[in-house]
Design a protein around this ligand. Structure first.
Ligand SMILES: [Ca+2]
Length: 558
């Protein structure tokens, strides 16, 4: 417990919370009970399975000990599905720190969920060195309403789909607030939800559907329209498969040396547009005009085999960057920008592995996002499903409903009020969205187009409640030749509680020696600790003079 910090936090919270919070209570937020919670805490449709103290240092994060806390495990909404006969529940854990800061953090998890990830509010890879639990938040994590063993066939149960899509926080957040009340004798003064990828999606969905449950929303690399982007992954896999010399390895269609050729060509045209030839392309709009694949990348011939791409590679690149379209030419998803982060192994993983392997895009599309879902027998050959997926007859199933599945995947996965976020605005909530420009699956073009539409609808007040920060070169969630290490939690808290909207967020490269894990993709000619400002869209980090390795040498400008 750090009394000084606790008192400072208490004053801050008091100022915002008004008269509904007692001075005495805020001055001493102490964890009153732990093991007793297993028997004493009662909440509707909730069964606590254990409550145990955890000593300081028993867990750590980025080499630093996590302080003493209480971990509470349980299950909510236990039920047997009338559709598939399986037993489902929202499994959860809540970690309650002794040195509590008066806040709750709902940790929205990634992928297809199914695991109660450690409730520490950490953002792997590019996240802050101190996770939310170390910062003093009480943290809840859930499995989204199904177990790992039920992945991906939970998609055969309509309620499990909806719990995963949006409903879990509606059940679990009020329970967590009540548990906090029971443990500390007072409810959280402020509540936050944040996550990366699917967790970023859930944060955005919550800002649309559950604006009443949270004060601040943090969405990193949001899987904004996941059913559509997953369909795009399958169609991309088909394109790469068609030209892959090794049909068992899609990456053979566009191996690392070829990707490096493309990255060099993009940098040659676009790097200096922001004022600094520094290996970072800030000016995406400028690059869209400046870079022309047909013109700027030579086509290989028998006489030209270096610094070129084959005609077949260039043809597929055009289609992949244009995004998936049906045979009538209508887009199913959106475009992807040309970005030097195409060199990233994460880029390759999403384009060449996860779009075709048995655990990701094929099964997500087939079982979770399609109505009706595929027969279980599809699990026997997911590659056949991916390569045989038909854009005109199969893709419409992500928009479909029937008498069993009364909500379509696009309905239960995407924020319903995407163009306006009216409830968030009315409630006075704040949302930070952060997205890498080289994300190979959830395109930054999608979040950028969404923010443009939001700005058209909300006008000059848009930046008062939603801000989008782009991370040049960052791949999905992290990595790529980028400055991908930043603390968005502190920025969001300052915005929600002090009214200080983030003007810029300082990000750092994770070069050799970085305590949060080294990003091997940081170029050797960068400072290992290069910093850059992440800028609120539509501004860019433009070089204004000084040390090119330091954020202070850049200003956020249009
Ligand atoms: Ca640059």
């Amino acid at each position: 417990m750090t009394p000084t910090l606790a008192r400072a936090g208490a004053g801050l919270l008091l100022a915002l919370a008004g008269t509904s919070v007692s001075t005495q209570a805020w001055a001493q937020p102490k964890l009153g009970i732990c093991a007793e919670l297993a028997t004493q805490f009662k909440h509707p449709s909730t069964r606590i399975t254990s409550a145990q103290p955890v000593a300081t240092g028993a867990l750590s994060n980025a080499g630093a000990p996590i302080g003493a806390h209480c971990v509470v495990l349980g299950q909510m909404n236990e039920r047997v599905s009338p559709v598939d006969g399986q037993s489902y529940a929202i499994g959860f854990e809540v970690r309650l720190p002794e040195a509590w800061n008066g806040r709750l953090f709902y940790q929205a998890n990634g992928g297809t969920d199914g695991i109660v990830a450690r409730a520490d509010g950490g953002f792997v890879g590019g996240g802050p060195l101190r996770n939310a639990l170390q910062k003093g938040f009480a943290v809840i994590s859930t499995n989204g309403g199904h177990t790992a063993a039920q992945n991906p066939l939970f998609g055969l149960d309509p309620q499990a789909r909806i719990d995963y899509g949006y409903a879990a926080p509606r059940a679990a957040a009020p329970m967590a607030k009540a548990l906090v009340q029971a443990a500390y004798g007072q409810a959280p003064a402020r509540s936050y939800i944040g996550g990366t990828s699917n967790g970023g999606r859930l944060a955005m969905v919550s800002a649309s559907r559950h604006a009443d449950l949270f004060d601040g929303f943090l969405a990193i690399a949001p899987a904004l329209r996941m059913p559509a982007s997953s369909v795009g992954g399958l169609l991309g896999a088909q394109l790469w498969h068609a030209i892959a010399p090794d049909k068992t390895k899609l990456e053979s269609a566009f191996p690392p040396p070829a990707r490096a050729v493309l990255a060099r060509a993009i940098l040659a045209r676009c790097d200096a547009l922001d004022g600094a030839a520094d290996g970072i392309v800030e000016d995406q709009a400028g690059c869209r005009n400046a870079f022309d694949l047909a013109r700027d990348v030579a086509t290989c011939t028998p006489a030209l085999t270096e610094e070129c791409l084959t005609a077949a590679q260039k043809e597929v690149l055009v289609k992949v960057h244009a995004g998936p379209k049906n045979r009538a030419g209508q887009p199913i998803y959106t475009t992807y920008p040309y970005d030097p982060g195409v060199t990233s192994p994460i880029w390759a993983d999403w384009k060449f592995v996860l779009s075709i392997n048995p655990t990701r895009n094929p099964v997500s599309v087939g079982f979770i996002f399609s109505t009706p879902p595929q027969d279980k027998s599809m699990l026997q050959d997911t590659q056949r499903f991916a390569l045989g997926f038909d854009i005109d007859t199969d893709a419409p199933k992500i928009f479909a409903t029937n008498s069993t599945f009364t909500e379509s995947a696009m309905s239960f996965m995407a924020p319903p009020d995407l163009p306006r976020f009216g409830a968030l605005k009315a409630r006075g909530g704040k949302m930070l969205v952060i997205h890498g420009t080289s994300d190979p699956i959830f395109s930054v073009d999608d979040t950028t187009a969404w923010y443009d539409e939001l700005s058209r609808n909300q006008g000059g007040s848009t930046g008062d409640f939603v801000r989008l920060f782009r991370v040049p070169g960052m791949s999905h969630s992290r990595g790529g030749p980028s400055t991908d290490h930043f603390d968005a939690i502190d920025a969001l808290v300052a915005w929600v509680e002090n009214g200080v909207a983030p003007q810029r967020i300082t990000a750092m490269a994770r070069g050799p020696g970085h305590a949060g894990g080294v990003n091997a993709e940081v170029p050797a000619n960068w400072s290992a600790t290069r910093t850059r400002p992440l800028c609120p869209y539509p501004t860019l980090a433009r070089y204004v003079g000084g040390d090119i390795e330091r954020a202070e040498s850049f200003a956020c400008r249009p």
